[in-house]
Design a protein around this ligand. Structure first.
Ligand SMILES: Nc1ncnc2c1ncn2[C@@H]1O[C@H](COP(=O)(O)OP(=O)(O)OP(=O)(O)O)[C@@H](O)[C@H]1O
Ligand SMILES: [Mg+2]
Length: 244
């Protein structure tokens, strides 16, 4: 028997124009920073934006944005609180500061549950902060929300880009659209990642330099928007608004 919640998900998400998953084959490359900053920038440009932290085991966008202590309202579902001009949803509303150690089927269950209870309403963009790699959440997301577009984050390291190649290969096989790739925390002058992205037919969206100011901007949205990281993300936001 199919899970009855899956039918509800479509109904819940029907007023969302574009769903963008900020992903990578690798951990620690800056997905959460890029996802949070992208959501903030799109909201400042006047778009209706939602941000959904789908990294259930290590949620971090609430820390990036500095929005602890908020709770959603219950209203025949869950209404995500509006913070910093965007609608924000995270498993931390339920897990608090405790870890949420979820196994495979529990991850699917949490994802299906949150997708089926959250009332997003009308959104131009729903930004998803994804856990690293091709795991349960990514595979379930592709199954449950097949209209998701992927924004891929890599660093300048070949170790990161190799995992990106695999990730993008899988997305292509599954006919999932890829918006493009962003090279984050860049500290060299090489255009190697750009060239490799071109070779794969991936749009190279932006370079984000390693920016020592980022650390002190965590938890302070205004400061975050003034960093070199935000400058790079602005380019991505423009590309998304024009083409995606
Ligand atoms: N451009 C940058 N300059 C300096 N530091 C950065 C930059 N981008 C990200 N960071 C830092 O790198 C670390 C990893 O970033 P982040 O948590 O966003 O990565 P992630 O890909 O979401 O990690 P995970 O896979 O664990 O979810 C953080 O400490 C973050 O502040
Ligand atoms: Mg993260």
């Amino acid at each position: 028997m199919t899970d009855p919640r899956i039918g509800i998900i479509h109904e819940r998400m029907k007023e969302i124009t574009k769903i963008i998953a900020v992903s990578s084959g690798k951990g620690g490359v800056g997905k959460s920073m890029v996802a949070s900053t992208l959501a903030l920038i799109l909201a400042r440009k006047g778009c209706k934006v939602g941000l959904f932290d789908l990294d259930f085991t290590s949620p971090s966008t609430h820390v990036v944005l500095g929005v602890g202590g908020i709770r959603p309202k219950e209203e025949k579902g869950i209404v995500p609180p509006e913070v910093l001009g965007l609608k924000y949803m995270s498993i931390t509303y339920y897990s608090g500061d405790l870890a949420a150690p979820l196994r495979g089927t529990d991850v699917s269950n949490a994802l299906i549950e949150l997708l089926s209870i959250t009332i997003w309403g009308k959104l131009d963009y729903l930004i998803l902060d994804m856990p690293p790699g091709i795991g349960d959440v990514t595979l379930d997301l592709i199954r449950l929300l097949p209209n998701t577009r992927f924004l891929i984050v890599t660093t300048s390291s070949q170790l990161a880009f190799e995992t990106v190649k695999k990730f993008v290969g899988l997305l292509e096989e599954m006919k999932m659209p890829v918006i493009g790739v962003v090279e984050n925390m860049k500290m060299n002058n090489s255009d190697d990642i750009h060239l490799q992205a071109d070779k794969l037919g991936l749009k190279f969206l932006a370079v984000i330099p390693y920016d020592a100011e980022v650390e002190s901007a965590i938890g302070d949205a205004e400061k975050l928007l003034g960093t070199a990281l935000a400058n790079g993300v602005k380019k991505i936001a423009l590309e998304i608004m024009v083409r995606n």
